[in-house]
Design a protein around this ligand. Structure first.
Ligand code: ADP
Length: 258
């Protein structure tokens, strides 16, 4: 009986080891696939603005005598593309980090103070919008301060971007039990119901023609935002009505009053 017992253990051990190995292979494979997809998506996205800049500069080099107005337009185009490229590269770096799961979650972060700082920083960037701080409860979570700041910046930038001049963007922070509830609310163009489930997909951008001019974007902001929230054990969702506005809600666990 002893012998059969030990054989039994052996087999279970081996089976477990096999399962573990298979699981590790599967994870490695997924990581590799993710990496391949990341590289091919990224190079496609980066080539487009570069081609734009190249084409425009070639026109300027070949026709040095075109009217100043036209020249100005071409330069503005180049500038826009270069800004987009810069944003794209920094977003892609964030996502590459996200794919590798690198995050430091050990710092006490005062979310209420962070919000107040953020509002001050956005003051010169708000354009013709009302940017307001609503109710803000004292609230500390454990997390990565840089990433949480990035989250707030993404959501505030979006709210401003997709709200026509004269509209309002307001931020609030409340505590519900041990959760911090952050809301970024705007009176902007809103998101169609059928687009709502897609806004967290990489590179997805809903039609923003209702704004007149496309405010520009990479379609990577919300995927990064979601990664940051989920890495902190939280949840993020959007409530939106076309023409009325959008509210992004972030719920983070482990919130202390201090
Ligand atoms: P982008 O760089 O295009 O802003 P995001 O990933 O941040 O990319 O957002 C994806 C899409 O979701 C945007 O292109 C826009 O269509 C929509 N969206 C995001 N935030 C808002 C908002 N506050 N109001 C209306 N639409 C929004």
């Amino acid at each position: 009986p002893l012998e059969s017992l030990s054989v039994g253990i052996d087999i279970t051990d081996r089976k477990e080891a096999e399962i573990l190995l298979k699981e590790r292979d599967r994870q490695m494979q997924a990581l590799l696939e993710g990496h391949k997809r990341f590289v091919s998506d990224a190079s496609h996205e980066i080539k487009t603005p570069i081609a734009g800049i190249q084409g425009n500069l070639e026109v300027l080099l070949r026709y040095p005598d075109i009217p100043a107005e036209e020249k100005q337009e071409i330069l503005q185009d180049c500038h826009r593309e270069a800004v987009r490229l810069g944003r794209l590269v920094s977003d892609l770096l964030s996502l590459a980090r996200a794919d590798r799961g690198i995050l430091l979650l050990e710092t006490d972060v005062r979310l209420d103070v962070m919000l107040q700082d953020l509002l001050r920083e956005f003051e010169p960037l708000k354009g013709n919008h009302d940017l307001l701080l609503g109710e803000v409860a004292p609230c500390t979570v454990q997390g990565d301060p840089e990433r949480l700041k990035q989250l707030l910046v993404i959501l505030t930038e979006n709210a401003l971007k997709y709200t026509p001049a004269g509209g309002e963007v307001s931020l609030t922070l409340a505590r519900e039990g041990d959760r911090a509830i952050l809301k970024v609310q705007d009176t902007g163009i809103g998101i169609r119901q059928e687009d709502l489930p897609r806004v967290f997909e990489r590179y997805f951008r809903a039609d923003s023609s209702r704004l007149g001019q496309d405010p520009g974007g990479t379609g990577l902001g919300l995927p990064i935002a979601r990664w940051i929230v989920e890495a902190h054990g939280g949840e993020i969702w959007l409530e939106s009505q076309v023409g009325l506005g959008t509210t992004v809600v972030v719920s983070l666990p482990g919130c202390l009053e201090m």
